[in-house]
Design a protein around this ligand. Structure first.
Ligand code: ZN
Length: 429
């Protein structure tokens, strides 16, 4: 397992400045980056992998993924009849097998699109935990997975009836966290507010579902057990409760008040920007998205909130991470590149900073920056290579020519695409 990625053009991801180094050899030994050197003669014992003219960047990290879905438009996640059927099926032995294969396909599609680390923030019946263990044991090829198991919320909260489990009182909520520990999760995901598709009032998505006490109890139990807590949060009121309750990452986010900015400063918590699920609902015709005008209106409120939340956080020096919310309608498992493009376009950052965010800054937020997130000697060989320069045009990230995940190489990876979804999303680029 010793080879050299020979004669690359390197963007090592360590900073958000446009800083390319040409004619670079990256030596990989047993899955780890052993050395980075100026291009030179072949070194005995190392297979030469010809990369002349290819751009090497750190493998992307997607901080917000549900692995089970394809991104085809559907109302499943919003509950209702189809969700109930899905849940019933996944509880049978055959259903568990189908579920496991869907989740595996989701993770492998992420990998084929250049994502070498996925943070799974809510999947069914511990399918994410099982897959992580199979990948880590070498039985399945896949990205590094950080998994939460099912999300935790209160009855009627976001994901109740689908990807979340619920309790109301302190005892019940603490017991859920301990059960997650028993199943071997990496962190805890909660849903403090509702989502776009749960909203009952026009103009008020992200209705508060978990109160401060409930949020604080889950965070307390999780922190005691050594977990950090990620929270689905889509309103300013929700962000306040999440941060006061002790949440470590605010997923999606909302416009911040001075009080919220101060809380971020004091806690060191991060804002996780997810533009991908909101954009299609806002910009595509409701006849295409299968949503009504009411949902479209609320999606616009959420998109504004996500973008303003991220901008405000960057201005205040709060850590900002990126994720796609794959499995939502029109959010496929291979579109992290679109989130990077949206982040640059809507939040207003440079391509270099957008890639830096999707790599090293995401790694720091996930607590794995010792292992991954940049191309540096001693870190895992998590690398994506492209034929065109992504710093010139982020759309180059759409088609990696090679993906390296903990040293394992995938040549010319080709994620299974949903052409109908691509055709619609490409109109929005
Ligand atoms: Zn989500």
């Amino acid at each position: 397992m010793k080879y050299v990625l020979s004669n690359c053009i390197l963007f090592d991801g360590t900073e958000g400045e446009e800083n390319l180094r040409e004619h670079v050899d990256i030596f990989v030994n047993e899955g780890v980056i052993e050395a980075i050197a100026d291009h030179g003669e072949a070194v005995p014992g190392y297979e030469v992998v010809e990369c002349t003219g290819k751009y090497a960047i750190p493998g992307l990290i997607n901080l917000h993924v549900h692995l089970f879905g394809s991104g085809k438009p559907s109302k499943t996640l919003s509950g209702g009849g189809s969700a109930q059927t899905l849940i019933k099926i996944t509880k049978t032995a055959l259903g568990a097998k189908i579920l496991d294969s869907m989740v595996k396909s989701g993770a492998q599609t992420q990998l084929a699109s250049g994502v070498t680390t996925v943070r799974a923030v809510g999947d069914f019946h511990w399918s994410d935990v099982r897959l992580r263990d199979r990948i880590n044991a070498g039985h399945v090829v896949g990205p590094r997975l950080l998994v939460s198991g099912p999300a935790i919320t209160v009855p009627g909260g976001h994901g109740d009836g689908t990807f979340a489990v619920t309790a109301t009182d302190e005892q019940g909520l603490r017991a859920l966290v301990r059960e997650h520990k028993k199943h071997g999760v990496d962190f805890i995901k909660i849903c403090v507010t509702g989502g776009v598709m749960d909203a009952k009032v026009k103009g008020e998505p992200g209705e508060l579902k978990m109160n401060l006490e409930q949020t604080a109890v889950v965070c307390d139990e999780a922190h005691k057990l050594g977990f950090y807590v990620a929270s689905h949060t889509e309103s300013t009121e929700g962000v306040l409760v999440a941060l006061e309750g002790g949440v470590d990452t605010v997923e999606h986010g909302a416009p911040a008040t001075a009080e919220i900015s101060a809380l971020y400063q004091n806690t060191g918590s991060a804002d996780i920007c997810t533009i991908s699920p909101a954009i299609p609902l806002c910009k595509l015709d409701p006849s295409v998205t299968l949503m009504n005008e009411f949902t479209q209106f609320n999606a616009n409120v959420v998109l504004e909130g996500i973008v303003q939340g991220a901008r405000g956080a960057l201005d205040a020096g709060t850590p900002v991470g990126l994720g796609t919310d794959s499995s939502c309608p029109f959010v496929t498992q291979y579109d992290m590149w679109r989130e990077v493009c949206y982040f640059a376009k809507y939040v207003g950052v440079s391509p270099a900073f957008a890639i830096h965010t999707a790599t090293l800054l995401n790694a720091r937020i996930a607590g794995i920056a010792e292992d991954t997130g940049s191309i540096e000697a001693g870190k895992c060989a998590d690398i994506a290579l492209y034929d065109a320069n992504p710093l010139e045009n982020l759309a180059a990230l759409r088609t990696p020519s090679m993906v390296v995940a903990r040293g394992r190489r995938l040549d010319r990876p080709s994620p299974k695409r949903v052409s109908a979804v691509d055709a619609e999303l490409d109109k929005l680029l």
